[in-house]
Every structure is written in structure tokens, then in C-alpha cells.
Design a protein. Structure first.
Length: 342
């Protein structure tokens, strides 16, 4: 079964039906992870116009199930869900949560209840998944020819069942415009914040992140979570140096300067940094500067040259190079997307 879907303009959101807010409909199933349902309601529910707690709510979030009733969870409680799958017919964004049935059944086809549920989706609906919810999207044919991700523990099963999907095992989420996927349940935070940021800009997403007390953007991918946790280091880590650097992104910063903040040798600092962050200090620093550049491009009228100077990237040419490598667009194109003008 392939669910009809009309691609969206890159960077845009599915248009809400006239007269109401953008409606996010969550499709939950048996033995759901309660944290996933909470993540969607918490993040989209806190998004306000202007990135202010006093602004108008930007989303309406509803929950539905293939068959209404009491749904078992991963805890010692059930959740009563009275909305059936027909709620998906009015979704602007449909978000599929994970369930053990995704990987236990070990088959590339939809169950009859899921097929009936997804048949309610109207063309143009943005569809997303958290964790193994990607199995549902792949079974529906929505991920054929696309790149997707899912929880690393089930990636081998996913790759075997869905050879027409390009599986990225490392990233926290993928964005195919009208179809998005995320990794483990906590990556649902990253996915929801990304969609809010894509729909309404960085200021709104950052406000949601601050009030939820989560980072607005996590660096690195799943790889840093796959291995066994490393023992707590006997000596201090690199958090002090990172915090120090974040307050000085516009200044010339060297690896030696960062190592000095932790009273470590450059070699030891670099090794410890990779363990804690999952990348080299210089790669991390460049990513933070690009992230800072995104904020300036969205929120100020500074020229590209001044943005490059303020972020420590030096020249406009250097900014363009790193910006395109990270985001696939130029600084001017990014500003035009989020501010409506270059």
C-alpha cells in the first residue's frame, strides 16, 4: 500500500486547513512508549507565535489509535484514547510513534488496522515517525527511494526488510520534505524541534527548547550512543572549555587555547573531547559557528561579511563554504527562506 502524498516546498510546512491552527495528529499503538507521546504534545504544544510564552499557540495536537480504547504502555498504566484513525483525515502533520509490533512481526507489509488507518491521510499531509515508527512508513511505501533512519538496534532488520530505502544508521533524524524519520525515542525531541524550526524559524524553536530545558540542536548522530557507556573519567572533562568557547565564537580560537582551559595537553584534550562529544574539537567549533551564523541570518540585518566576522568564520567566502557543507544552501538562500528576503 502506498499512501498518497504531495511533496511540500523545501523548508515549508504542510498548509493547515482554513480557520484553524496546524494540526498534528499522533498515531499511537499498543505498548507505546509514553515518553514519545509526551514529547510530541510537550514540544508542539509549547510552540507560540513570536517565540514568546504569551504568543498564540501555533499547533493543535491530537492523539488517535487504529482502534479506540485503552492502550497499554511501557509503564504500569494504560492510556485511554477515544479518537479513531479517522482523525488522520484532518492532519496537517501525521506522526507515527513506535511499537514492538514494528520489529517483532518481522515483515515488510502493513497490518490491516494500520493500512486502514493510513488510508485516511489526505494528499499533502506531512508524515513523520519516531524510532521504529519508520517501519510503518516504509511498509506503506512512503520511504521508497528516500533516506530514512530508525533506532540503531533495529537497523539491520530494517535494512533487510526494506531494500528500496536508503538507511542512514547514524543520524538523529532525516528530512525528506514531506516525509521525516527519527532515531530512538529521545531523537523525537530533535525531530519535533526541527519541524518547529522549519515551520516557524529558530526563535520559536529555541523558545520551546529553553522552556523544555533541552538543547535546541544536538550535534552528532547515533554512533555516539551505540557503544557501551565509557567509565566516568577520573579527571575533569571538556565541558568548561566548550562553555568558554561558546561565549567567544567571534574570537580566534585554537586547539591549544581550548586544551589550556582544562589544563590538559592538546593530545589528551582531543582524545577526551572525541569521547564526550563524538567529533573533533575543530569540527565541533565550526558547527557552533555555523549555528550562530544561522541565528544572525534569521534575527539580524547584518551583511554576510559581518555575520562571517561575528561568528569567527572570517570571510564571507569561508562562511559560504562551511554553511553550504553543513546545510546544503548558501547563507543568502537560508536568510531568504526564514526572513522572506536575502
Amino acid at each position: 500500500m502506498t499512501v498518497p502524498s504531495t511533496p511540500l516546498t523545501a523548508g515549508g510546512a504542510a498548509a493547515a486547513l482554513p480557520g484553524r491552527r496546524h494540526r498534528v495528529v499522533v498515531l499511537a499503538r499498543q505498548h507505546l512508549l509514553s515518553i514519545e507521546l509526551g514529547i510530541v504534545h510537550q514540544l508542539f504544544g509549547q510552540a507560540r507565535a513570536g517565540g514568546s510564552v504569551t504568543g498564540e499557540p501555533l499547533y493543535e495536537v491530537l492523539t488517535c489509535v487504529p482502534e479506540p480504547g485503552d492502550i497499554p504502555t511501557d509503564g504500569d498504566f494504560t492510556i485511554a484514547v477515544r479518537r479513531g484513525p479517522e482523525a488522520l483525515a484532518e492532519a496537517d502533520t501525521a506522526l507515527v510513534l513506535s511499537s514492538p509490533e514494528d520489529y517483532v512481526q518481522d515483515r515488510p507489509t502493513l497490518t490491516a488496522p494500520l493500512a486502514r488507518a493510513l488510508s485516511h491521510l489526505r494528499p499533502g499531509t506531512r508524515v513523520a515517525s519516531i524510532c521504529t515508527g519508520a517501519f510503518v512508513l516504509a511498509s506503506a511505501g512512503l520511504l521508497d527511494g528516500r533516506t530514512a533512519t530508525t533506532h540503531w538496534r533495529h537497523s539491520d532488520t530494517f535494512a533487510r526488510l526494506f531494500p528500496r530505502v536508503t538507511l542512514d544508521r547514524d543520524v538523529l533524524y532525516t528530512d525528506g520534505g514531506d516525509v521525516l524519520t527519527s532515531a530512538g525515542c529521545a531523537a523525537g525531541l530533535d525531530l519535533c524541534l526541527h519541524m518547529i524550526r522549519r515551520d516557524h524559524g529558530m526563535a520559536v524553536a529555541n523558545d520551546v527548547a529553553r522552556r523544555t530545558v533541552v538543547p535546541p540542536h544536538r550535534e552528532g548522530g547515533q554512533t555516539q550512543y551505540i557503544r557501551e557507556p565509557v567509565p566516568q573519567p577520573a579527571s575533569p572533562g571538556t565541558a568548561t572549555a566548550r562553555d568558554w568557547a561558546l561565549r567567544r565564537l567571534g574570537e580566534p580560537l585554537t586547539l591549544a587555547m581550548l586544551a589550556e582551559r582544562e589544563a590538559m595537553s592538546v593530545r589528551n584534550f582531543t582524545r577526551r573531547f572525541r569521547v564526550e562529544v563524538g567529533m573533533s574539537p575543530i569540527t565541533w567549533l565550526t558547527r557552533q559557528r555555523v549555528h550562530f551564523a544561522r541565528e544572525l541570518l534569521e534575527e539580524t540585518e547584518l551583511s554576510v561579511d559581518r555575520v562571517a566576522e561575528r561568528t569567527g568564520l572570517g570571510s564571507a567566502a569561508n562562511l559560504r563554504q562551511h554553511f553550504h557543507a553543513a546545510l546544503g544552501v548558501s547563507p543568502s538562500a537560508y536568510r531568504a527562506t526564514f526572513r522572506g528576503r536575502p
